[in-house]
Design a protein around this ligand. Structure first.
Ligand SMILES: [Zn+2]
Length: 375
């Protein structure tokens, strides 16, 4: 999952980040600026409410821009206004629900605990946040505001292009899942683009997951798995993925929205994984870049496959984020969405350091790591 426009987008959004103290290109979700930690349930929920308020404020600002401004800002040639509106409404409803869930642990006079009775009231709270903010949260707010403006831009770009360019932003039917359907506090860890060669980053990650008691889902590329099987044999690769699940990312890393051989790409990879890894195989396909055809539903249903999208993107492929920063981004998005499917890449080395850090940060926050075998 690579976003070739991410760098350009980031530069463009710095123009919009009028409230940020510095340029958005260095805006990070710096968790150290949050003064309370997120390890306990009440702290986690307070941080979750705070992130929701900053996000909806950025969303209500950016989504209202006219088409020409959006095109220039997001670096795209057309804006599907219906898709943008549908996405914005869904997101506001979801964050309204999340804010209410996170308010359950509020005590009198606690920060970020104003009652809201509608998505519109949540947006209004978000607008007022900067003027009502207790001093101890101001350094965090400056960074969070810049982060969420950039993040809303990432999502808004996907929504504006959908369905002409499909992505994880929206669904083509009940055979597709993004992770947002999981219960509050539940997260599934997923890893794309592997396996790497022997002694590569895939091999380095697997013992880390075992140590953390995580059963994650690996979306493998057929051509990479075939190479690994030829090098090491099926038994070694079975042992490698012990306790984890293996699903499909297609034969090679190309868009499955435009490729004429997209069906063969999926079925060839399925046959290889089933033959070689048997018990670890799970019948899910994750499209590279999230791109699949709008009319592909019957193919997936007939073949007993689901389309496995995601709602939390680590962007760990991006050279401008180190492992800690990818981890901070994921933790911030976990606070925002409160559930979901987290996308890392085992073809890059950052997950092995980021995941133990996230697990430690949220140790007593009541979160559950979804078992890939039951997803
Ligand atoms: Zn990928």
């Amino acid at each position: 999952m690579k976003r070739e426009f991410a760098i350009g987008l980031l530069l463009c959004l710095s123009i919009l980040s009028v409230q940020a103290a510095g340029p958005a290109s260095i805006a990070r979700a710096e968790r150290a600026l949050w003064p309370d930690g997120v390890a306990a349930v009440s702290d986690y929920n307070r941080a979750s409410r705070a992130e929701a308020l900053v996000f909806v404020n950025a969303l209500s600002d950016l989504a209202e821009r006219d088409d020409e401004t959006l095109k220039a800002t997001l670096g795209i040639k057309s804006v599907d206004r219906g898709s943008v509106k549908r996405w914005r409404d869904l997101v506001l409803t979801r964050l309204f629900e999340n804010y209410r869930l996170a308010r359950r642990s509020c005590v009198p006079d606690e920060a970020f605990c104003q009652p809201v009775d509608s998505p519109a009231a949540l947006v209004e709270q978000g607008r007022q946040l900067s003027s009502q903010l207790p001093a101890r949260y101001r350094p965090w707010f400056t960074g969070a505001d810049a982060f969420h403006r950039r993040y809303v831009g990432e999502l808004l770009r996907l929504a504006a292009l959908f369905p002409k360019v499909s992505s994880e932003i929206d669904s083509f039917g009940a055979h597709e899942r993004s992770g947002l359907e999981l219960p509050d506090g539940h997260f599934l860890w997923t890893f794309d683009d592997g396996p790497t060669g022997a002694a590569g980053t895939t091999d380095a990650l697997l013992p880390v997951l075992a140590q953390q008691g995580i059963h994650g889902m690996f979306f493998v590329l057929g051509e990479r798995l075939q190479k690994r099987l030829q090098m090491d044999g099926a038994h070694a690769v079975q042992t490698l993925y012990d306790g984890q699940c293996v699903a499909l990312h297609g034969w090679s890393h190309e868009t499955h929205q435009k490729s004429p051989r997209w069906q063969a790409s999926i079925l060839d990879t399925r046959n290889l994984v089933q033959d070689a890894l048997g018990a670890a195989y799970r019948p899910h396909f994750r499209p590279p870049y999230g791109q699949r055809r709008a009319d592909s539903g019957p193919f997936f249903v007939e073949n007993g496959l689901s389309v496995a999208l995601w709602n939390i993107d680590a962007q760990d492929w991006n050279a401008s984020l180190d492992a800690r920063q990818a981890g901070e981004r994921v933790l911030t998005l976990m606070l925002l969405w409160r559930r979901g499917v987290i996308l890392f890449h085992d073809s890059h080395g950052k997950a092995a350091a980021a995941i133990p850090w996230i697990v430690a940060q949220t140790r007593d926050a009541g979160l559950s790591w979804e078992d890939c075998r039951h997803y």
